[in-house]
Design a protein around this ligand. Sequence first.
Ligand code: HEC
Ligand code: HEC
Length: 386
Amino acid sequence: MKPHLVYSIGLIVIVAAAVGVWQRWPSTPPDWNVAELAILKSLSLESLPVLPKDPSNAVADNPLAAKFGRQLFFDTRLSANGEISCATCHQEERRFTDGLQKSQAIGVTDRHAPSIVGTAYSPWQFWDGRRDSQWAQALAPLEDPNEHGTSREQVVDLILNDAEYRAVYDKLFAGGRTELNVVFGNIGKSIAAFERTVMPSPSRFDDYVQAVVGGDTARQGELLSDDEKWGLRLFIGDANCMQCHNGPLFTNHEFHNTGVISFPGDVPDKARVAGVQEVLAAEFNCRSDYSDDPERQCAELEFARTGVELIGAFKTPSLRNLENTAPFMHKGQLATLADVLRHYNDAPDSMIGHNEAKPLNLSQRELRQLEQFLMTLAAPVVTPTT
Ligand code: HEC
Ligand code: HEC
């Protein structure tokens, strides 16, 4: 064969291969069809319903309680050494997380601090859902020796003896019941009122969905790059993320085993299978005397699943909080988002129970596109300043 013919054939092969790659990856993603558009809308913050009432907390939506709760959230006097507040581990500038693998205050805790943004929507609190309301949740760290390390007696004493706090307390909880557990519960209820105001604000993704709905193509192009759109396409399609991360907060508020590996030396975490037993027996749960709901509507508790399949299952976190919240997962096992996506791509066997996620076989490029899409969900947190 003549050399130039060899070169020509070689060239044709290279061009054909390039076209093949290009066809797999056309630079512009296709438009969304009707079914996909419905999915995009379901993920948009516009679809977030009004925060459901919490009948177990009479001051849940009282602005004065929210203000009081905010003060308590940042008050280091509510701790054994006078140095720890909720904000030690839930730092506003880190979207209410602490940047550590396992949180640390007076001692080292067992798990990673999740963001509290939007968690008022969740029927269960903690990675294993061992509390069924935010007011009951708020009481646990106060008495945990590794966290605030204080006691309910000390906390209640502080509130009742601080003139400013006492005045607000009496105003909020008219009737002035001062029994230890009632006051302690009311402290949790005020903190919960504050947490109910901590919500995500619209992100670039939400603006993009608006632009798609409104048919504004120019704006769509400004808001999301092609790679981000491909990432979104994977997220709602082949990557199967929506099996668990769905709805406007990108969580189904349910418990799943995703096979995250424990640190060497750590006993694998039983998670929900233990958490559900704890919440059923919890002193301040929805059925307790400290609920403000005379009817004790506790459907969540009543119908809570308790099966062994919940071993190693953690609460699906929101994906609207990924900026400044590394490391990720229940013990902060994965340092970066790229690590998280690699984890899903491989879907390793779980150390305990079964990994519900299946291997994805995505390319490096697809993983990067997914990561880029996730970052379009970043937006400031809305909190009242006073
Ligand atoms: C030592 C650090 C630390 C302190 C102090 C702390 N937390 Fe946490 N917080 C954590 C960790 C770690 C978790 C997860 C623990 C788990 O799931 O087992 C958590 C979980 C939560 C959750 C559950 C969020 C969800 O999605 O389930 C809320 C809400 C919360 N904390 C609020 C508070 C409040 C209110 C205070 C103060 C009264 C507080 N925290 C004090 C570390 C801390
Ligand atoms: C079977 C349900 C399920 C599927 C499918 C799933 N996730 Fe998750 N996701 C979870 C649960 C549960 C956790 C917490 C696991 C843990 O801490 O051990 C989590 C954690 C995460 C985190 C860490 C968030 C944080 O704040 O720590 C990210 C990021 C994430 N998932 C993204 C994705 C993406 C992207 C996909 C699709 C490729 C996906 N998930 C598929 C249930 C799921």
